[in-house]
Design a protein around this ligand. Structure first.
Ligand SMILES: *Cc1c(COP(=O)(O)O)cnc(C)c1O
Length: 429
Protein backbone atom coordinates (compact mmCIF):
# COMPACT_ATOMS: atom_id res chain seq x y z
CA UNK A 1 0.00 0.00 0.00
CA UNK A 2 1.39 3.37 -1.02
CA UNK A 3 2.08 5.55 2.02
CA UNK A 4 0.62 8.63 0.32
CA UNK A 5 -3.00 7.43 0.47
CA UNK A 6 -4.96 9.41 3.04
CA UNK A 7 -6.25 7.80 6.25
CA UNK A 8 -9.82 7.45 4.94
CA UNK A 9 -8.52 5.33 2.06
CA UNK A 10 -6.09 3.37 4.25
CA UNK A 11 -8.94 2.53 6.64
CA UNK A 12 -10.55 0.62 3.81
CA UNK A 13 -7.73 -0.64 1.62
CA UNK A 14 -4.58 -1.17 3.74
CA UNK A 15 -3.65 -4.56 5.11
CA UNK A 16 -5.69 -6.96 3.03
CA UNK A 17 -5.23 -7.20 -0.74
CA UNK A 18 -7.37 -9.95 -2.25
CA UNK A 19 -6.07 -11.61 -5.39
CA UNK A 20 -8.23 -12.28 -8.43
CA UNK A 21 -11.39 -14.13 -7.35
CA UNK A 22 -10.61 -14.06 -3.61
CA UNK A 23 -13.13 -12.81 -1.01
CA UNK A 24 -13.47 -9.05 -0.73
CA UNK A 25 -14.22 -9.27 3.00
CA UNK A 26 -11.28 -10.15 5.22
CA UNK A 27 -11.36 -13.96 5.74
CA UNK A 28 -11.43 -15.23 9.31
CA UNK A 29 -8.67 -17.82 9.63
CA UNK A 30 -10.14 -19.80 12.51
CA UNK A 31 -7.13 -22.00 13.17
CA UNK A 32 -4.72 -22.43 16.04
CA UNK A 33 -1.99 -23.82 13.86
CA UNK A 34 -0.67 -24.07 10.29
CA UNK A 35 0.14 -27.03 8.12
CA UNK A 36 3.60 -27.66 6.63
CA UNK A 37 5.00 -30.44 4.50
CA UNK A 38 8.30 -31.07 6.30
CA UNK A 39 10.16 -30.55 9.59
CA UNK A 40 12.67 -28.47 7.65
CA UNK A 41 9.94 -25.94 6.81
CA UNK A 42 8.96 -25.71 10.46
CA UNK A 43 12.61 -25.48 11.51
CA UNK A 44 13.01 -22.40 9.34
CA UNK A 45 10.10 -20.74 11.12
CA UNK A 46 11.73 -21.41 14.49
CA UNK A 47 15.01 -20.01 13.21
CA UNK A 48 13.12 -16.93 12.02
CA UNK A 49 14.76 -17.38 8.61
CA UNK A 50 11.43 -17.95 6.82
CA UNK A 51 8.19 -15.97 7.07
CA UNK A 52 5.06 -17.86 7.93
CA UNK A 53 2.57 -18.60 10.66
CA UNK A 54 3.28 -21.30 13.20
CA UNK A 55 0.83 -20.93 16.07
CA UNK A 56 -1.96 -18.41 16.70
CA UNK A 57 -0.51 -17.29 20.02
CA UNK A 58 2.23 -15.55 17.98
CA UNK A 59 0.60 -14.67 14.66
CA UNK A 60 -2.49 -15.35 12.55
CA UNK A 61 -3.24 -14.32 8.95
CA UNK A 62 -6.46 -12.44 9.81
CA UNK A 63 -4.80 -10.55 12.65
CA UNK A 64 -1.75 -9.87 10.45
CA UNK A 65 -3.88 -7.97 7.90
CA UNK A 66 -5.29 -5.74 10.64
CA UNK A 67 -1.81 -5.20 12.10
CA UNK A 68 -0.62 -4.03 8.68
CA UNK A 69 -3.60 -1.69 8.36
CA UNK A 70 -3.00 -0.11 11.77
CA UNK A 71 0.72 0.27 11.08
CA UNK A 72 -0.14 2.10 7.83
CA UNK A 73 -2.66 4.34 9.60
CA UNK A 74 -0.12 5.36 12.22
CA UNK A 75 2.70 5.78 9.70
CA UNK A 76 4.74 3.01 11.35
CA UNK A 77 6.65 0.14 9.79
CA UNK A 78 5.01 -2.76 11.64
CA UNK A 79 2.52 -3.51 14.40
CA UNK A 80 1.61 -6.22 16.86
CA UNK A 81 -2.03 -6.82 17.79
CA UNK A 82 -2.92 -7.54 21.43
CA UNK A 83 -6.00 -8.80 23.24
CA UNK A 84 -6.59 -5.45 24.99
CA UNK A 85 -5.19 -1.96 25.28
CA UNK A 86 -3.79 -2.86 28.69
CA UNK A 87 -1.81 -5.71 27.12
CA UNK A 88 -0.42 -3.29 24.52
CA UNK A 89 0.71 -0.79 27.17
CA UNK A 90 2.27 -3.55 29.25
CA UNK A 91 4.20 -5.09 26.33
CA UNK A 92 5.40 -1.71 25.06
CA UNK A 93 7.19 -1.14 28.36
CA UNK A 94 8.17 -4.71 29.23
CA UNK A 95 9.91 -5.03 25.85
CA UNK A 96 12.62 -2.58 26.94
CA UNK A 97 12.40 -2.25 30.73
CA UNK A 98 13.28 -4.89 33.33
CA UNK A 99 13.63 -5.13 37.11
CA UNK A 100 15.94 -2.34 38.27
CA UNK A 101 14.87 0.02 35.48
CA UNK A 102 12.84 3.20 35.72
CA UNK A 103 10.16 4.73 33.49
CA UNK A 104 8.78 8.28 33.28
CA UNK A 105 5.04 8.47 32.80
CA UNK A 106 2.65 11.41 32.44
CA UNK A 107 0.41 11.66 35.50
CA UNK A 108 -2.57 12.47 33.28
CA UNK A 109 -2.87 9.03 31.68
CA UNK A 110 -5.72 6.50 31.75
CA UNK A 111 -6.41 5.14 35.26
CA UNK A 112 -5.91 1.53 34.20
CA UNK A 113 -2.44 2.37 32.92
CA UNK A 114 -1.66 4.28 36.13
CA UNK A 115 -2.36 1.10 38.11
CA UNK A 116 -0.42 -1.09 35.70
CA UNK A 117 2.70 1.09 35.75
CA UNK A 118 2.50 2.56 39.25
CA UNK A 119 1.49 -0.55 41.17
CA UNK A 120 1.82 -3.80 39.21
CA UNK A 121 5.05 -3.07 37.31
CA UNK A 122 6.50 -1.76 40.58
CA UNK A 123 5.92 -5.25 42.04
CA UNK A 124 8.04 -6.57 39.19
CA UNK A 125 10.85 -4.16 40.00
CA UNK A 126 10.22 -1.51 37.34
CA UNK A 127 10.10 1.84 39.08
CA UNK A 128 7.82 4.56 37.77
CA UNK A 129 7.80 8.33 38.24
CA UNK A 130 4.63 10.17 37.27
CA UNK A 131 5.32 13.67 35.94
CA UNK A 132 3.14 16.67 35.13
CA UNK A 133 3.20 16.77 31.33
CA UNK A 134 3.15 20.56 31.31
CA UNK A 135 6.48 20.99 33.15
CA UNK A 136 9.45 22.62 31.39
CA UNK A 137 12.07 20.71 29.46
CA UNK A 138 14.63 21.31 32.20
CA UNK A 139 12.31 20.05 34.93
CA UNK A 140 11.63 16.94 32.88
CA UNK A 141 15.33 16.38 32.14
CA UNK A 142 16.00 16.50 35.87
CA UNK A 143 13.67 13.50 36.33
CA UNK A 144 15.59 11.31 33.90
CA UNK A 145 17.86 8.85 35.72
CA UNK A 146 20.68 6.69 34.33
CA UNK A 147 18.28 3.68 34.44
CA UNK A 148 15.31 5.49 32.83
CA UNK A 149 14.28 3.53 29.75
CA UNK A 150 11.40 5.49 28.25
CA UNK A 151 8.89 8.32 28.53
CA UNK A 152 5.17 7.53 28.18
CA UNK A 153 2.18 9.84 27.56
CA UNK A 154 -1.26 10.02 25.92
CA UNK A 155 -2.07 12.19 22.88
CA UNK A 156 -5.42 13.14 24.43
CA UNK A 157 -5.60 11.85 27.99
CA UNK A 158 -8.57 9.79 29.14
CA UNK A 159 -10.41 11.26 31.02
CA UNK A 160 -8.34 14.42 31.76
CA UNK A 161 -8.59 15.53 28.08
CA UNK A 162 -5.17 17.19 28.24
CA UNK A 163 -3.13 17.27 25.02
CA UNK A 164 0.46 15.96 25.14
CA UNK A 165 3.18 18.09 23.54
CA UNK A 166 4.59 15.14 21.59
CA UNK A 167 7.25 17.00 19.60
CA UNK A 168 8.68 18.84 22.60
CA UNK A 169 8.82 15.78 24.82
CA UNK A 170 10.19 13.55 22.05
CA UNK A 171 13.14 15.96 21.82
CA UNK A 172 13.81 15.67 25.55
CA UNK A 173 13.59 11.87 25.36
CA UNK A 174 15.90 11.65 22.35
CA UNK A 175 18.37 14.01 24.01
CA UNK A 176 18.66 11.42 26.77
CA UNK A 177 18.89 8.49 24.34
CA UNK A 178 15.50 7.02 25.25
CA UNK A 179 12.29 6.52 23.22
CA UNK A 180 8.93 8.24 23.60
CA UNK A 181 5.90 5.92 23.72
CA UNK A 182 2.52 7.50 23.00
CA UNK A 183 -0.90 6.04 23.76
CA UNK A 184 -2.90 7.31 20.78
CA UNK A 185 -6.23 5.70 21.72
CA UNK A 186 -8.43 8.83 21.68
CA UNK A 187 -6.97 10.32 18.50
CA UNK A 188 -5.97 7.27 16.43
CA UNK A 189 -3.90 7.71 13.27
CA UNK A 190 -6.91 9.42 11.70
CA UNK A 191 -6.70 12.53 13.91
CA UNK A 192 -3.02 12.53 14.87
CA UNK A 193 0.08 10.57 13.94
CA UNK A 194 2.43 10.84 16.92
CA UNK A 195 5.21 9.23 14.87
CA UNK A 196 5.27 12.29 12.58
CA UNK A 197 6.10 14.40 15.66
CA UNK A 198 8.88 12.15 16.90
CA UNK A 199 7.14 9.42 18.92
CA UNK A 200 9.01 6.14 18.53
CA UNK A 201 6.33 3.68 19.58
CA UNK A 202 2.54 4.08 19.51
CA UNK A 203 0.14 2.03 21.61
CA UNK A 204 -3.61 1.88 21.12
CA UNK A 205 -6.63 0.50 22.85
CA UNK A 206 -8.58 -0.55 19.77
CA UNK A 207 -11.58 -1.17 22.08
CA UNK A 208 -12.36 2.54 21.74
CA UNK A 209 -12.82 4.47 18.48
CA UNK A 210 -11.13 1.89 16.24
CA UNK A 211 -13.72 -0.72 17.12
CA UNK A 212 -16.24 2.04 17.69
CA UNK A 213 -19.32 -0.09 18.35
CA UNK A 214 -18.50 -1.50 21.81
CA UNK A 215 -18.32 -5.08 20.52
CA UNK A 216 -14.81 -6.30 21.38
CA UNK A 217 -11.62 -5.47 23.26
CA UNK A 218 -8.28 -5.14 21.58
CA UNK A 219 -5.02 -3.29 21.45
CA UNK A 220 -2.02 -2.70 19.23
CA UNK A 221 1.63 -1.62 19.45
CA UNK A 222 3.06 0.19 16.41
CA UNK A 223 6.80 0.55 15.81
CA UNK A 224 8.01 3.64 13.93
CA UNK A 225 11.29 1.88 13.14
CA UNK A 226 13.02 5.21 13.82
CA UNK A 227 14.68 4.65 17.19
CA UNK A 228 18.32 3.56 17.16
CA UNK A 229 18.51 0.94 19.93
CA UNK A 230 22.27 0.58 19.48
CA UNK A 231 23.15 4.24 20.20
CA UNK A 232 23.92 3.50 23.88
CA UNK A 233 24.02 0.50 26.20
CA UNK A 234 20.52 0.99 27.64
CA UNK A 235 18.73 -1.57 25.48
CA UNK A 236 20.69 -4.76 26.06
CA UNK A 237 17.66 -6.95 25.45
CA UNK A 238 17.59 -5.81 21.84
CA UNK A 239 21.33 -5.63 21.19
CA UNK A 240 22.72 -8.73 22.91
CA UNK A 241 21.93 -12.45 22.38
CA UNK A 242 18.48 -13.61 23.54
CA UNK A 243 19.10 -16.85 25.44
CA UNK A 244 15.42 -17.76 25.16
CA UNK A 245 15.75 -17.59 21.38
CA UNK A 246 18.99 -19.49 20.80
CA UNK A 247 21.15 -16.42 20.92
CA UNK A 248 19.46 -14.21 18.35
CA UNK A 249 20.45 -10.49 18.44
CA UNK A 250 17.35 -8.60 17.37
CA UNK A 251 19.05 -5.42 16.16
CA UNK A 252 21.48 -7.47 14.04
CA UNK A 253 18.92 -9.83 12.52
CA UNK A 254 16.00 -7.45 12.13
CA UNK A 255 17.39 -3.90 11.92
CA UNK A 256 14.57 -1.36 12.13
CA UNK A 257 12.14 -4.16 13.01
CA UNK A 258 14.10 -5.21 16.11
CA UNK A 259 11.69 -3.85 18.74
CA UNK A 260 8.45 -5.19 17.26
CA UNK A 261 10.01 -8.56 16.32
CA UNK A 262 11.33 -9.11 19.84
CA UNK A 263 7.92 -8.22 21.24
CA UNK A 264 6.23 -10.84 19.08
CA UNK A 265 8.63 -13.78 19.19
CA UNK A 266 9.68 -13.34 22.82
CA UNK A 267 7.01 -11.54 24.85
CA UNK A 268 3.92 -12.59 22.90
CA UNK A 269 5.23 -16.14 22.93
CA UNK A 270 5.59 -15.95 26.71
CA UNK A 271 2.54 -13.91 27.73
CA UNK A 272 0.07 -15.07 25.09
CA UNK A 273 -2.08 -11.95 24.88
CA UNK A 274 -2.76 -12.20 21.14
CA UNK A 275 -6.14 -11.26 19.62
CA UNK A 276 -8.40 -13.89 18.10
CA UNK A 277 -9.13 -13.93 14.38
CA UNK A 278 -12.79 -13.18 15.16
CA UNK A 279 -11.84 -10.09 17.15
CA UNK A 280 -9.50 -8.93 14.37
CA UNK A 281 -12.26 -9.33 11.79
CA UNK A 282 -14.65 -7.20 13.86
CA UNK A 283 -11.92 -4.65 14.46
CA UNK A 284 -11.27 -4.44 10.72
CA UNK A 285 -14.95 -3.74 10.10
CA UNK A 286 -14.80 -0.95 12.66
CA UNK A 287 -11.66 0.58 11.17
CA UNK A 288 -13.22 0.71 7.71
CA UNK A 289 -15.54 3.49 8.91
CA UNK A 290 -13.14 5.06 11.44
CA UNK A 291 -12.46 8.20 9.41
CA UNK A 292 -16.15 8.89 8.78
CA UNK A 293 -17.15 8.16 12.36
CA UNK A 294 -14.41 10.26 13.92
CA UNK A 295 -15.35 13.27 11.76
CA UNK A 296 -18.86 13.04 13.15
CA UNK A 297 -17.68 12.37 16.74
CA UNK A 298 -15.47 15.51 16.53
CA UNK A 299 -18.20 17.73 15.06
CA UNK A 300 -20.77 16.54 17.58
CA UNK A 301 -18.39 16.86 20.54
CA UNK A 302 -17.45 20.41 19.61
CA UNK A 303 -21.11 21.34 19.30
CA UNK A 304 -21.86 19.77 22.69
CA UNK A 305 -18.89 21.53 24.33
CA UNK A 306 -20.02 24.89 22.92
CA UNK A 307 -23.60 24.27 23.95
CA UNK A 308 -22.57 23.40 27.52
CA UNK A 309 -20.26 26.39 27.75
CA UNK A 310 -23.05 28.76 26.73
CA UNK A 311 -25.81 26.97 28.65
CA UNK A 312 -25.19 28.73 31.96
CA UNK A 313 -25.41 25.36 33.76
CA UNK A 314 -21.69 24.49 33.67
CA UNK A 315 -19.02 25.62 36.17
CA UNK A 316 -16.48 24.71 33.48
CA UNK A 317 -16.19 22.61 30.33
CA UNK A 318 -13.13 20.57 29.28
CA UNK A 319 -12.67 19.98 25.55
CA UNK A 320 -9.41 20.78 23.76
CA UNK A 321 -11.39 21.88 20.70
CA UNK A 322 -12.86 24.84 22.64
CA UNK A 323 -11.03 28.14 22.27
CA UNK A 324 -11.29 28.66 26.03
CA UNK A 325 -9.62 25.31 26.81
CA UNK A 326 -6.19 25.23 28.42
CA UNK A 327 -4.97 22.81 25.75
CA UNK A 328 -6.46 24.59 22.75
CA UNK A 329 -3.13 25.76 21.31
CA UNK A 330 -1.72 22.22 21.50
CA UNK A 331 -4.94 20.93 19.93
CA UNK A 332 -4.47 23.35 17.03
CA UNK A 333 -1.03 21.86 16.45
CA UNK A 334 -1.70 18.14 16.97
CA UNK A 335 -5.43 17.77 16.35
CA UNK A 336 -6.12 19.85 13.27
CA UNK A 337 -8.95 17.55 12.17
CA UNK A 338 -10.72 17.59 15.51
CA UNK A 339 -10.22 16.91 19.20
CA UNK A 340 -12.06 13.56 19.28
CA UNK A 341 -15.41 12.81 20.92
CA UNK A 342 -15.09 13.08 24.68
CA UNK A 343 -16.17 16.19 26.61
CA UNK A 344 -16.37 16.68 30.35
CA UNK A 345 -18.08 19.38 32.36
CA UNK A 346 -18.83 20.28 35.95
CA UNK A 347 -22.51 20.92 36.48
CA UNK A 348 -23.47 23.79 38.81
CA UNK A 349 -24.92 22.47 42.04
CA UNK A 350 -22.54 19.51 42.27
CA UNK A 351 -23.37 15.87 42.83
CA UNK A 352 -27.11 16.36 43.44
CA UNK A 353 -27.68 18.17 40.13
CA UNK A 354 -25.39 15.75 38.30
CA UNK A 355 -27.53 12.81 39.35
CA UNK A 356 -30.79 14.59 38.49
CA UNK A 357 -29.44 15.58 35.08
CA UNK A 358 -28.21 12.09 34.26
CA UNK A 359 -31.49 10.49 35.34
CA UNK A 360 -33.37 12.87 33.05
CA UNK A 361 -31.43 12.05 29.86
CA UNK A 362 -33.47 9.98 27.44
CA UNK A 363 -31.13 8.10 25.09
CA UNK A 364 -27.67 8.70 26.59
CA UNK A 365 -26.32 5.41 27.93
CA UNK A 366 -24.93 5.27 31.47
CA UNK A 367 -21.72 3.32 30.87
CA UNK A 368 -18.08 3.25 31.89
CA UNK A 369 -17.13 2.92 28.23
CA UNK A 370 -16.31 5.72 25.81
CA UNK A 371 -15.78 6.06 22.09
CA UNK A 372 -18.72 4.12 20.77
CA UNK A 373 -21.35 5.30 18.26
CA UNK A 374 -23.79 5.65 21.17
CA UNK A 375 -23.64 8.76 23.35
CA UNK A 376 -22.57 7.72 26.86
CA UNK A 377 -22.37 9.54 30.19
CA UNK A 378 -20.45 8.78 33.33
CA UNK A 379 -20.48 10.44 36.75
CA UNK A 380 -17.03 9.65 38.19
CA UNK A 381 -17.97 10.65 41.76
CA UNK A 382 -20.68 7.97 41.95
CA UNK A 383 -18.98 5.31 39.78
CA UNK A 384 -15.24 5.04 39.15
CA UNK A 385 -14.46 7.14 42.25
CA UNK A 386 -17.50 6.07 44.28
CA UNK A 387 -15.60 4.93 47.37
CA UNK A 388 -14.10 8.39 47.95
CA UNK A 389 -15.62 10.91 50.38
CA UNK A 390 -16.40 14.43 49.11
CA UNK A 391 -13.19 15.63 50.72
CA UNK A 392 -11.12 12.90 49.09
CA UNK A 393 -12.76 13.63 45.74
CA UNK A 394 -11.54 17.22 45.90
CA UNK A 395 -8.00 16.00 46.57
CA UNK A 396 -8.25 13.62 43.59
CA UNK A 397 -9.36 16.53 41.39
CA UNK A 398 -12.78 14.97 40.81
CA UNK A 399 -15.53 17.49 41.47
CA UNK A 400 -18.85 16.10 42.65
CA UNK A 401 -20.50 17.76 39.67
CA UNK A 402 -18.08 16.40 37.06
CA UNK A 403 -19.73 14.51 34.20
CA UNK A 404 -17.94 12.82 31.32
CA UNK A 405 -19.80 12.67 28.03
CA UNK A 406 -18.65 10.41 25.22
CA UNK A 407 -20.48 12.07 22.36
CA UNK A 408 -21.85 9.56 19.88
CA UNK A 409 -22.70 9.96 16.23
CA UNK A 410 -26.46 10.41 16.61
CA UNK A 411 -28.06 13.49 15.05
CA UNK A 412 -26.61 16.54 16.78
CA UNK A 413 -30.02 18.21 17.10
CA UNK A 414 -31.32 15.21 19.01
CA UNK A 415 -28.21 15.17 21.22
CA UNK A 416 -28.48 18.87 22.12
CA UNK A 417 -32.24 18.62 22.64
CA UNK A 418 -31.77 15.73 25.06
CA UNK A 419 -29.06 17.59 27.01
CA UNK A 420 -31.23 20.73 27.09
CA UNK A 421 -34.35 19.03 28.45
CA UNK A 422 -32.31 17.07 31.04
CA UNK A 423 -30.57 20.23 32.26
CA UNK A 424 -33.92 22.01 32.48
CA UNK A 425 -35.35 19.11 34.53
CA UNK A 426 -32.35 19.03 36.86
CA UNK A 427 -32.85 22.72 37.66
CA UNK A 428 -36.66 22.97 37.57
CA UNK A 429 -37.19 23.22 41.34
C1 LIG B 1 -9.35 2.10 27.51
C2 LIG B 1 -7.98 2.62 27.45
C3 LIG B 1 -6.87 1.79 27.64
C4 LIG B 1 -7.02 0.33 28.01
O1 LIG B 1 -7.57 -0.36 26.95
P1 LIG B 1 -8.44 -1.71 27.11
O2 LIG B 1 -8.68 -2.10 25.70
O3 LIG B 1 -9.66 -1.36 27.88
O4 LIG B 1 -7.56 -2.67 27.84
C5 LIG B 1 -5.62 2.33 27.52
N1 LIG B 1 -5.44 3.63 27.22
C6 LIG B 1 -6.48 4.46 27.03
C7 LIG B 1 -6.23 5.88 26.70
C8 LIG B 1 -7.79 3.99 27.13
O5 LIG B 1 -8.81 4.84 26.96
Amino acid sequence: MKKEFSPATQCIHSGYHPENGEPLALPIYQSTTYSYSSPTDIGKLFDLTADGHMYSRISNPTVACVEEKIAALEGGIAALGTSSGQAASFLSVANIASAGDHILVSSKIYGGTTNLFGVTLKRFGIDCTFFDQDISDDELKALIQPNTKLIFGETIANPALSVFDIERIAKVAHGAGIPLIIDNTFATGVLCRPIEYGADIVVLSTSKYMDGHAVQLGGCVVDSGNFDWTQNDKFQGLCTPDESYHGIVYTESFGKLAYITKMRVQLMRDFGVYPTAQAAFLLDLGIQTLDVRLKRHCENALAVAKFLEESGYAEYVNYPGLESDKYHSLALKYLEKGASGVVSFCIKGGREKAEKFMNALSFFVNAVHVATVHSCVLHPASSTHRQLSDEMLVKAGIDGGLIRISVGIEDIEDIIADLKQALAKAFED
